[in-house]
Ligand binder design. Structure first.
Ligand SMILES: [Zn+2]
Ligand SMILES: [Zn+2]
Length: 223
């Protein structure tokens, strides 16, 4: 677990849980409104995992005039996810292109366990984090990690809950620091999204966004 000055790191970072349900914004899980490319390893379309409606003022730090909604993508069926990936968003055509996929393991999920492509669509909404979502001391980190993936699938903004400090979150295109957007995980034996059986096991997927270049990066950590 990461060691850090707890109070300081989390101060002033308002974060949210994203959960299934609807509100006035068009946040969503699954679907495929963006033209996603095919995964370089398994050849299937990338999953549009989440898409956040940037009209929501709670996401104002992600806002840019160039983009109305922010899709978060990855293939969930092969080992490309295990290495950092970089995607380019083209909002006028809703196309997405792969800038970096750097698979080293060549592992593809067995057919019978594959996550459907595209993911079934369902509405999502943001709610405020609860007290236990923000670790106030080292012991509290374990409780916070326990809830994540057991009780809810997705954290949005706020301070990222890292297993370890990430290597490098600078944008490979413009070199600016990318903005942490969201992280996703899903344990065994829970059903956090009604439309699909999802299992991300010990992995947390972190999504970053560069407002300048409209690139989205994924990085995975194991818990
Ligand atoms: Zn794949
Ligand atoms: Zn950039």
């Amino acid at each position: 677990m990461i060691n850090e000055p707890y109070g300081q790191h989390w101060k002033g970072h308002k974060g949210f849980r994203a959960i299934e349900g609807s509100d006035v914004y068009n946040h969503r899980f699954g679907g495929q409104e963006w033209n996603v490319p095919k995964c370089q390893l398994c050849g299937e379309d990338l999953h549009q995992i989440l898409c956040f409606d940037l009209k929501d003022d709670r996401l104002s730090e992600l806002k840019t005039s160039k983009l109305e909604e922010l899709p978060l993508l990855s293939c969930l069926n092969c080992s490309t996810l295990w290495e950092p990936q970089l995607f380019q968003l083209h909002p006028t055509t809703k196309n997405v292109t792969i800038l970096i996929q750097n698979d080293k393991q060549k592992w593809v999920q067995d057919e019978e366990y594959k996550t459907p492509v595209p993911l079934p669509y369902t509405e999502f909404k943001l709610i405020n984090t609860v007290e236990e979502d923000i670790p106030v001391n080292e012991g509290a980190y374990y409780d916070t990690f326990d809830l994540f993936g057991q009780e809810y699938i997705c954290r949005v903004l706020g301070a990222p809950l890292y297993v370890e400090k990430p290597n490098d979150i600078s944008c490979s295109t413009c070199n600016q620091d990318m903005k942490y957007v969201s992280s996703v995980t899903h344990d065994f034996e829970v059903d956090l999204v009604s439309v699909v059986n999802l299992f991300l096991g010990e992995m947390i997927i972190y999504f970053y966004f560069c407002k300048e270049c409209l690139t989205v990066k994924t990085e995975v950590q194991g818990t």
